[in-house]
Ligand binder design. Structure first.
Ligand code: BG6
Length: 277
């Protein structure tokens, strides 16, 4: 079932539900801010201080970073503008009683062309079942090529930052964004300080291992993965989160970032796909 809803301040979202799962997706940013399997805890973290403000990105869920990841394009706002753009629901359908598909679209506008002077179609296809599948397709509708970097900036809910490990990135080269130095990851990732790294040459499944659960993330059309936790001091400085919120989430971001950028010729398209289960 797909229901169109809004909060008291007019902030619009769709609630997608079937026998297997439920999701809430804001029209602003096509931002998935809730995903839970039936009778289970949410898989995504959403800040409990989120005020669903129009024009401001939500803290948590899955912000879409596009057409620039971070400050990869210094002329654009951090993480681009799609996460605060107003998307449309293009279509939706029940695949079966456990599975629903919904597609959102975003086109360039006068305001987007002032920031980034290109004509584009951006489509987010979401398939909701016990698994969450997202496909973000960028089509160049312009008569000149353009370059994008992007990410599903997924905030995962965890029991506690001290309990988790991330598997699947061992031996991968990475840029430590905190020191601007390149290294190679040795072993699984655990957390004891601020962590902000961009892994490259990633082609296989990533596992988020928690005390009582494991989440699998598989990416296609992507070879970069960003892992981020702000830890104590940065968390205090961040907008939209409590001072100790860093204990409750980790971001594992399915990306085309830094060297993994994409250049699209006119009419060309690229799909970034992530499967979370
Ligand atoms: C991550 C970056 O992707 O996003 C971090 O690696 C950044 O450096 C974080 O702090 C949050 O960004 P924002 O713009 O949502 O506050």
């Amino acid at each position: 079932m797909v229901e169109f809803k809004k909060f008291e301040n007019g902030f619009e979202y769709v609630e997608v539900s079937n026998n297997a799962a439920r999701a809430r997706i804001a029209l602003q940013g096509a931002h998935i801010f809730h995903f839970a399997r039936t009778n289970e805890e949410p898989i995504l973290w959403l800040s409990d201080t989120s005020d669903f403000e129009i024009g401001k990105a939500l803290r948590g869920g899955i912000p879409l970073c596009w057409p620039s990841f971070g400050m990869n394009n210094p002329d654009l706002p951090q993480h681009g503008f799609a996460r605060v753009g107003m998307w449309r629901v293009e279509n939706h359908r029940e695949i079966d009683e456990n599975s629903t598909q919904i597609t959102f679209t975003l086109n360039d506008t006068k305001q987007s062309r002032e920031l980034w002077n290109h004509s584009f179609l951006l489509e987010l296809k979401v398939i909701l079942s016990e698994t969450l599948i997202m496909e973000l397709t960028t089509t160049n509708l312009d008569d000149k090529p353009f370059k994008i970097t992007q990410a599903f900036h997924t905030y995962f809910q965890i029991s506690d930052i001290s309990n988790i490990a991330i598997e699947g990135l061992s031996d991968k080269p990475y840029l430590d964004a905190l020191t601007d130095k390149h290294h190679v990851q040795k072993g699984d990732i655990t957390f004891f300080e601020e962590f902000d790294c961009v892994f490259q040459e990633v082609g296989s499944e990533i596992l988020l291992i928690d005390k009582n659960s494991t989440i699998s993330i598989k990416n296609e059309g992507s070879s970069s993965v960003v892992v981020w936790n702000p830890w104590i001091e940065k968390c205090k400085r961040m907008s939209g989160m409590r001072d100790d919120a860093y204990r409750e989430f980790v971001c594992i971001e399915s990306a085309n970032a830094f060297e993994d950028f994409k250049i699209l010729e006119p009419k060309e398209y690229h799909t970034l796909k992530a499967t979370i289960c």
